[in-house]
Design a binder for this molecule. Sequence first.
Ligand code: ATP
Ligand code: MG
Ligand code: MG
Ligand code: MG
Length: 563
Amino acid sequence: MAQVQRMSRLMVKTLRDDPADAETLNHKLLVRAGYVRRTAAGIWTWLPLGKKVYENVARVVREEMDAIGGQEVLLPALLPKEPYEASGRYEEYGDLLFRLKDRKGSEYLLGPTHEEIFTQVVKDQCASYKDLPVILYQIQTKYRDEARPRAGVLRGREFQMKDSYSFDTTDEGLAEAYALHRAAYQRIFERLGLDYRIVSAVSGAMGGSASEEFLAPAPAGEDTFVDCPACDYAANTEAVTFALKPVEGAAHPAAEDLDTPDTPTIETLAEHLGVPASATLKNLLVKVDGEIVAVGVPGDREVDLGKLAEHLAPAEVELVTAEDFEGRDDLVRGYIGPQGLQKVRYLADPRVAPGTAWITGANKPDTHAKNVVCGRDFEVDQYLDVVVVEDGDPCPACGAGLKLDRAIEIGHIFQLGRKYADTFQLDVLGQQGKPVRVTMGSYGIGVSRAVAALVEQTADEQGLCWSKEIAPADVHVVAAGKAVQTELALDVAEQLNAAGVRVLVDDRAGVSPGVKFTDAELIGVPKILVAGRRSAEGVLELKDRRTGEREELSVADAIARLS
Ligand code: ATP
Ligand code: MG
Ligand code: MG
Ligand code: MG
């Protein structure tokens, strides 16, 4: 049986003041309430109360993954570099990767995500179509050397992710696995008590086609998205570009009509921009034949110039300032996505249909943008996102004024297709006795980030405020007084515990009731049960942490109510 958690023995040190460098609610409150401790920038220790909350989130994720037939595995975090070299990501990830060597000088990395390794596992374990479909998942520590590891456990350099991977022989199978994950994610985030939106997304470093993000609206979030107050339309600011309609009456010739000259090299681009080839671009302006045709504003994401040059052709690229935008409503706004530079908002250039991949595949000289298929013809590991929508722009679904909001990316699901299967020649023997190439999906949830997102969405002035499913205990019993109160508190705690209720009891001697109340609010267990003034009569006070509602109850009633 579970034990009553006694504050007198629990390793928890609450703080009255916010840590000096803390900017976000989760950083301030999780540290102040003694849930986590910063070990280094973006590297966190989960203390006893924090570990409980973390495990509760992980349990919900696990239960819902099991419910869709997911099989839990555990892959290593320390990985040989070769598979990542084969996929090209060893290079593409750049500074994001933690790289290391063993004593013999062999090179390794700490896994930022595991598509390569899962593909190898399935190649090794599954030989026939009869072995598929399969969904594998793990809840594991990931490593990314993030440029700005701020915001508490929201953006760690070491963090916990649930990542799953689906393997199918048919596109329909992949679509089904994707739908199963989407539904499981909805159940997970509902159970966690997170307010979230599902938005379509471009797949960034993953490559591949269909992709959606789960966003938890919160001011501390680093993603911008648009939300319609009148209908259920929501989109991230990249994807919304696709939803914008072309100018009526304009001609949209097919992509194959377009010629693309040679690709500029990194050196030409850098020279043109007057920056070193290792520079990072913040804003871009794309010119074709001297005409400005596209503007990219990559938000707070940065674009590696070297990577950009591989995918950008034949345009000239310039750094621009805000003034360049003044009065230029005619500019086509575009972005570099999985299909290269895409015209997305068609305003000035009558040659290209919105969403058409028109400058693509052109990292080979003299190529034309003919029938280019994303994922098949090339891979893109970085993209620019462009904020094309402003507050009040019309909703593509209903026409109401859109709202621009900040959100935390809590989950991301991808239909990868055959990108990794191609890299590792992952085939199984098909029904006809011939090898069939496997198609994959990959699906992530930030488990540690979900804890942060919950804090950002639910905490109040007094402190943390957990839902029952996630809280480190169901009831926080406070002994507010001397021996009588402590005795009653411990007795009630034991009775509740025996009834299967998870109890934290503040039995600390020499700590004033005022301090105990403040700590109880800060720690954020949903129900606070106080043994106070009327303890001798066996009367307790029950307080709801969220609503602040209080009532007096007998011991028996309190136990009946809480169990
Ligand atoms: P972000 O845009 O915030 O950098 P991402 O798109 O790079 O996230 P994915 O590669 O899609 O992240 O990983 C899947 C999930 O892992 C994300 O949706 C997020 O919840 C979580 N995650 C990613 N990076 C971090 C991090 N540095 N710290 C904590 N959680 C993270
Ligand atoms: Mg990232
Ligand atoms: Mg992201
Ligand atoms: Mg993502």
